[in-house]
Each structure stands twice: as C-alpha cells, then as structure tokens.
Design a protein around this ligand. Structure first.
Ligand code: PMP
Length: 384
C-alpha cells in the first residue's frame, strides 16, 4: 500500500443562525426526515415519495404542467437542465443580466455552443418589461433567461406579463427562482413561465442537493421536437420517465439520494401546511420589520427603490470606515449569526443578509438588527 489510511479526526461543528443568502437552517422536521431509512428505488414508498414531491412542486411553482420533477444536484443543476434542454447549439439565449446568476447562465450556455446576447442594467435595480421587449423584438431569441430573486444584489424582478411578451416573439421564458421560491409570490402558469428551477437550501429551509424544475407545455413541445443532444444526467425526457411524469413509467435513470428525497418531500409538506400565501406574508412582514429596524442604523440599502428589494435577501452598505469582514466576524463570534459579504456586483459594497424559511421570524429580525447595531458600536472605535 503506497497510501496509508488517513487519520480523519472527528470534530464538533458549531451551529449558527444562518442568515446569509443561503444556505438557511433546516426546519426541525426536515432534519428528522434526513434520517429516515434508505429504501429501495423499486418499492411503493419510494414511488409515493416521488409522487408527493411532484404534487408539492406543482403547488410551489403554481403549475398544472406534468413535466415537473427534481434534479439531483444543487441549484446549478436546475440551471443547466433548463438551459441545455431548451436551447440547442447555434440557437440564441438572451440573458437579462443583473447579478452573478446571470453570469453563471452565460458560463453554462457557452459550454454548449449556444449563441448568447447579454442585456445588462445597473445591479441595484431591475428590468422594465418594455426594455426586455425591445431586446426580444430585436434578437428574437429562442429563450430569455432571467433571475427572479437575485441573491448577489438583493433585488426581485417583476415577471408578471413577461411570458406574454416572450411568446409574442416565439421566445421561451426561463426563470431562476432559487432564492425567491416560497418567500416571494411566483406563478408559473399565470405568468407564462416556460421553464423554472429552484433549490432547497433557501426559503424552503432544506439541505442543498435536490432542485425542483418545471417545464410548460410549450417547453415540452420544444424538447420533443429538438434534435440536439442534452447532457445525459440532465436529460429531461429520460428524467420524466424516471419520475413517472406521464403516469406510465418508472424507469431507472440514476440513483436518487433517499435522504434528499425525504428532505425535499418534508420541505414541500411544511410549505403546503403553512400555505404559500401565509409563507409569502410571513417573509414580507419579517423583512419589513427588519428594514424598519435597519433604517434606524447608519446603514444604507444597496437597492434604493423599496419595490425592487427582495424579501428573502437584504443588501446593506456599511458606513465609511468600517471593514466588511470585521463586521461579519464580530456578528458571528459575538452573536452566533452568520451573515455574508457581498459577491460579484456587491463585493466590498454590501453585506448580504438572508432572512428566510424557518428563520423568517420577528425574533430573528430583531436578533440580526441588534447584532448589527452592536457591531457598529463595538467596531467603530477600532476601525475609524
Ligand atoms: N441562483 C440563485 C439566485 C442563487 O442564489 C444560487 C445560490 N446561491 C444559485 C442560483 C446556485 O445554486 P447552488 O449554489 O445551489 O448551485
């Protein structure tokens, strides 16, 4: 043996209140669900769990479509599935860019020979439907990619009406709802969204690793008639057979992770019990309260227009003289709350604070506001 066994020493993991842009803490029942037995992928319980997940996903996306399932992988796997199944090489993808997820969509699409048009705006704002229509009218792309909630900037994009605009020009509408689903209203069918993906570790308060996706009838038709090859692992036609989307197949495509299947099922069960309306209301109320508290501190919103602010992630600029890393470290060490620095457009310009899922409560909002106030007071002497 040339490689000896490593001495992997167990260590204690400290738990904090996760108030970055994700991951978020787990619902207690989701934590329990993760320890449910590993079962055979050929038994009735397993089929029932997948069916429950599909029903739950239809509810959270608000769609009657049957092409609804979960991809094994984090949010990026949903992104890659949606893009590669709907846009072939030499076809055009218009990317509405206002943060790093749109950059990621660019990175994914370029790997598959897709032609890309990028339309950019300032990162602290959102697109008007008129400007998006102008771009679609000029470029007539196969699809438009847009992010609903952007966790790198803390903005929420208005989508209502965008589907109709896209369809007028034969364009499909692809939407990232990773950090918005469950926390902000979203209506796949009513808004004419053709493909949507999300993830579990944000407002659904689950573990990352399994990502809901859904495709409209228009998107399903495009996939049926497509000639291009999609990545095997993300081939929605094969996955639809595994997930029994059309009610007559239970094929094996790959081994799903049972703990993640149980966890996603529980996230969706939680949300169904609470109801979407109540969850959206809870997120709006908590964040409104947090923003009211923040307004009394010398912090500035990175997103000036309150209507463009995302309920799940708030981006806040520190006053001059403060160091972002010092504030983040102080809040974590003294208050056991994890917040994140800016990323991409917000790097060194803003904190990213997520209040979502199980953490969307008045108590968490107060704890965060108290921790920030304390950090600003304690650090001012050393850093100014
Ligand atoms: N889209 C958005 C809006 C996100 O916030 C994230 C994760 N922060 C992703 C996509 C990528 O998801 P993941 O890290 O789960 O692959």
């Amino acid at each position: 043996m040339s490689i000896p066994p490593p001495n992997i020493v167990d260590f204690e993991i400290k738990e904090t209140l996760l108030c970055g842009p994700g991951p978020c803490n787990l619902w207690p029942s989701v934590r329990e669900a993760l320890t449910k037995p590993i079962i055979s992928p050929l038994c009735d319980e397993y089929f029932k769990a997948l069916d429950d997940i599909r029903t739950g996903i239809k509810y959270v996306f608000q769609t009657k479509s049957n092409l609804v399932l979960a991809i094994s992988g984090s949010g990026h796997s949903g992104m890659e599935t949606v893009i590669t199944n709907l846009v072939g090489p030499e076809e055009t993808l218009l990317i509405a860019n206002r943060g790093i997820w749109d950059e990621r969509a660019y990175n994914v699409a370029t790997r598959y020979g897709i032609k890309i048009i990028v339309h950019r705006i300032a990162h602290n704002t959102t697109f008007t439907l008129e400007e998006l229509e102008r771009q679609i009218e000029v470029y007539r792309p196969t699809a438009l990619f847009i992010t609903h909630g952007d966790s790198s900037t803390g903005t929420v994009q208005k989508l209502e009406g965008l589907g109709d605009i896209c369809h007028k020009y034969g364009t499909l509408l692809l939407v990232d709802t990773v950090v918005s689903l469950g926390g902000v209203p979203f209506f796949m069918d009513a808004w004419g969204v053709d493909a949507v993906y999300s993830s579990t570790q944000k407002a659904l308060s689950g573990p990352a690793g399994i990502s809901p996706v859904a495709f409209s009838a228009r998107a399903a038709e495009k996939i049926k008639n497509s000639k291009h090859k999609t990545p095997f692992y993300f081939d929605i036609t094969l996955l639809a057979e595994q997930w029994n989307c059309y009610g007559n197949t239970r094929y094996y495509h790959h081994t799903l992770s049972p703990p993640l299947v149980w966890a996603l099922r529980e996230c969706l069960r939680q949300l169904s019990i609470e109801t979407l309306e109540k969850s959206w209301e809870r997120h709006a109320k908590t964040t409104r309260h947090f923003h009211e508290r923040v307004q009394r501190l010398p912090l500035e919103f990175f997103v000036p227009n309150p209507e463009h602010r995302l309920a799940t992630v708030t981006t806040l600029a520190l006053p001059k003289g403060y160091n972002y890393d010092d504030v983040i470290k102080y809040v974590e060490e003294k208050h056991k709350i994890t917040i994140f620095p800016g990323r991409g457009p917000t790097a060194d310009k803003s904190l990213r604070i997520g209040i979502m899922g199980v953490n969307s409560t008045g108590a968490v909002a107060d704890a965060l506001a108290d921790a920030l106030a304390d950090a600003l007071q304690a650090l001012v002497k050393s850093s100014l």
